[in-house]
Ligand binder design. Structure first.
Ligand SMILES: Nc1ncnc2c1ncn2[C@@H]1O[C@H](COP(=O)(O)OP(=O)(O)OP(=O)(O)O)[C@@H](O)[C@H]1O
Length: 718
């Protein structure tokens, strides 16, 4: 990684408008300095897509289509529906956390694994040798054994020295392996959430999704990180196995007693495991809802304040905390009950050992030393078994959490077109950031992967998408649409609309008519349930999704900014490319944003706060416009601001928008008369279709819905 001094964004200055620099293998990273970014040169990605070249090419004429199979407009053949084997594989859900996958991640660290196993064996051998030596020591003291005391003591001292040293080696290695596995899993889960279809985000709350990556994954992490001590996890398991083997070797008559003890405890563990599944699952859900409630309260703090809603939020939070409390108490009760029963079983076994072992010693069938060792081993076994019980409790919680993660992130909900685009981008090394190595684990079902890759090979991307978008009309043809969360409510019904290349189309209509829905379809957040969208006559679904995102700029009424600096927010226009400070400044100037940016304390380095909360509405708008200018996409979708901007701010925003719209195929959800009047065509959306289409004067003359909207000022005209 090299740091480029004296430049704000790190690259030589380039003329505006911004040219897309596909050859640069550079990415921005925030460095410590106030006004410079360090640049990482591209690291070659270890390709996870080894199957790509081996693909059958028999279906290259097909395209990957995420819409319904019955779409009569899709002329090209689609392997998803042609090849029954592959299609079956494609719809089988693959769990994001599978034991096979975890093992694959663990086995990447063979040396550390070997060191862990070796140190575990040494630690266990040391621990298990001590009761044996104690028995001998006892026999030497009472004179039944003649071993030199010093030799015995030095053996004990050696064990006391080795055990802590190998404990360090064991804990350090196993922790390091597991933390790396957890990082990969975190990455996989985050990626899996990111590539879900948009309606997934309509169904799950942010808090619930956050909980998957925090508390749920935390439970999985605890299986190892909370179980590295002597009386937990693998060490406990190895001590149980080792102790039992030693006991059987020392006294085959007494060992079954302790064997019974283990059996009793194991049965209890199994019963505990079965009885607590639901309790742990419910506990996880309550925990997630607490996270959700906190996120919601704090992110909507201004709304809470404005309604004096603090008491209500406190009451909602308190209800959830009390639920959490009662579920935690329930779990505690289960644990305590289980612990007591386990202890009773152990005490009974110990009593049996004292009685039986004592009588054998008295009868001369067992030496005092072995009996003493037995008592020592019984305690070792007691602690180890108890530790195992606790580990099983953690395992239970981890299994419940894993089940929750898998059920939420079933890959049936993945936006396959987006997933394919992302994979292709990484395959073609368009994304250059060594931190992304975290995601380069081939977790896919191989057969499914090859099906996906075949789809990928048929998508239009790169310059072909850009050329089509720059030269062709965008047409919505007979589009029907229902939101997946409400499939029975038809929002669009046979909507037809052509956005002529390089012109401005104003979309107007009453609230709830479906204007924003049209925008969401054009942005490909959703796919039409019937009909199609074409660009220069080509079905949009045959386009690579990421490439489509690169040729469309969306500017919302209330743009959301990231909680980074102003400059970084503008540079987000080209997230995978290197952006020079000059490019950013030019875009900001064209968006009438430069003056207010440089008047801020740290200029372009000023942080904008969460969701841009430290800026005014007009400033946020202008930064969003600068971002769109920098993106320089040929298609522009604009939701005009209705918020009460002051006159100066509104003029500045309007000028910036005029600049932005120039020469682009633009769809604007229009709220201002000036925008509507200046548009090349006006489309009136009503009842899920375009009811009227024409220029301002044409539509006024028609004296239809548009004319009455203008009369009643319901377009929020100036
Ligand atoms: N994510 C969603 N899931 C389910 N239904 C939705 C979703 N978004 C919008 N709707 C519904 O779709 C219908 C059309 O909404 P849309 O936002 O497209 O209207 P609009 O014309 O843009 O309205 P406005 O001018 O008030 O913004 C509404 O009835 C709305 O409730």
């Amino acid at each position: 990684m090299a740091t480029v001094p004296n430049t704000f964004w790190g690259l030589p200055l380039t003329p505006f408008p911004i040219q897309r620099r596909r050859n640069h293998r550079l990415l921005l990273h925030r460095s410590n300095g106030p006004s410079q970014f360090s640049i990482s040169t591209a690291q070659p990605f270890r390709s996870q897509f080894v199957n790509c070249r081996k693909l059958k090419r028999s279906v290259v004429s097909s395209a990957y289509i995420t819409g319904p199979a019955f779409d009569a407009f899709v002329s090209e053949s689609d392997p998803k529906f042609e090849e029954s084997d592959d299609s079956l594989v494609a719809v089988q859900p693959i769990e994001v956390i599978r034991w096979g996958f975890i093992w694959k991640l663990v086995s990447r660290h063979k040396l550390k694994l070997l060191a862990s196993v070796f140190s575990l064996v040494v630690c266990t051998t040391c621990s298990l040798s001590l009761p044996l030596l104690s028995g001998r020591f006892f026999e030497v003291l009472i004179g039944t054994r003649t071993d030199p005391l010093l030799e015995l003591l030095s053996k004990v001292a050696l064990l006391y020295t080795l055990e802590p040293i190998f404990t360090i080696i064991y804990v350090a290695n196993i922790t390091s392996i597991w933390e790396k596995v957890m990082s990969s899993l975190r990455g996989q889960i985050f990626r899996r959430v990111l590539i879900q279809k948009i309606d997934f985000f309509d169904r799950y709350k942010v808090g619930e999704l956050t909980a998957l990556l925090t508390s749920d994954l935390g439970s999985l992490k605890n299986i190892v990180s909370e179980n590295t001590s002597r009386d937990r996890g693998f060490r406990a398991l190895s001590e149980v196995v080792g102790t039992l083997s030693l006991l059987f070797a020392l006294s085959p008559q007494l060992a079954p007693i302790l064997g019974l003890l283990i059996l009793a405890v194991s049965i209890l563990v199994a019963l505990f495991k079965r009885s607590t599944v639901n309790v742990f699952q419910a506990h996880g859900l309550v925990q997630a809802s607490i996270a959700d409630s906190v996120t919601e309260s704090f992110s909507a703090i201004r709304t809470v304040r404005s309604f004096s809603g603090e008491k209500r939020q406190m009451s909602v939070f308190a209800r959830q905390v009390l639920e959490f409390e009662s579920s935690s108490i329930k779990i505690g009760t289960f644990k305590s009950f289980h612990e007591s029963v386990t202890r009773v079983a152990i005490y009974i076994s110990l009593m049996a050992l004292y009685c039986l072992g004592g009588s054998k010693v008295k009868a001369g069938e067992l030496s005092v030393g072995i009996m003493a060792s037995f008592i020592g081993y019984t305690f070792t076994l007691t602690f180890a078994v108890q530790g195992l019980v606790n580990t099983f409790g953690d395992l239970r919680a981890a299994l419940a959490a894993t089940e929750r993660i898998n059920s939420v992130l079933s890959d049936a909900e993945i936006d396959e077109a987006l997933a394919c685009s992302l994979e292709k981008d990484m395959k073609q090394k368009k994304v250059h950031d060594e931190t992304l190595e975290l995601y380069l684990v081939n977790d896919s079902h191989e057969k499914k992967q090859s099906t996906k890759t075949r789809y990928m090979s048929t998508l239009k991307f790169g310059s072909s998408v850009r050329n089509l978008a720059e030269t062709g009309d965008v047409c919505l043809e007979d589009v029907d649409f229902s939101y997946p969360v409400r499939p029975d409510v038809e929002i669009l019904r046979g909507l037809n609309l052509t956005l002529k290349c390089g012109t401005v189309t104003a979309l107007v209509g009453p609230s709830g008519a479906g204007k924003s829905t049209v925008v969401q379809l054009l942005a490909r957040f959703y796919e039409p349930t019937r009909g199609r969208i074409t660009v220069a006559g080509e079905d949009l679904r045959t386009f690579d999704k990421s490439e489509w995102a690169r040729v469309v700029s969306l500017v919302n009424q209330e743009p959301v900014l990231f909680s980074v600096s102003v400059g970084e927010n503008i540079a987000y226009a080209l997230p995978d490319e290197y952006v020079s400070k000059d490019d950013v400044v030019k875009a900001a100037k064209a968006a009438n944003a430069h003056e207010f940016i440089i008047s801020m304390p740290q200029g372009y380095d000023t942080l904008v706060g969460e969701r841009g909360g430290l800026l005014s509405g007009g400033q946020r708008q202008r930064i969003a416009i600068a971002r769109a200018l920098l993106k320089n996409a040929p298609i522009l979708i604009l939701d005009e601001a209705t918020s009460a901007l002051d006159t100066i701010s509104e003029r500045l925003v309007q000028e910036a928008l005029d600049h932005l719209m120039k020469g682009r195929t633009t769809l604007v959800i229009a709220h201002r008369l000036s925008t509507v009047q200046n548009a090349d065509q006006i489309a009136l959306c009503s009842d899920g279709k375009i009811a009227e289409l024409g220029t301002h004067l044409e539509l006024l003359e028609r004296k239809g819905q548009y004319a009455s909207l203008v009369d009643t000022q319901r377009l929020a005209f100036e």
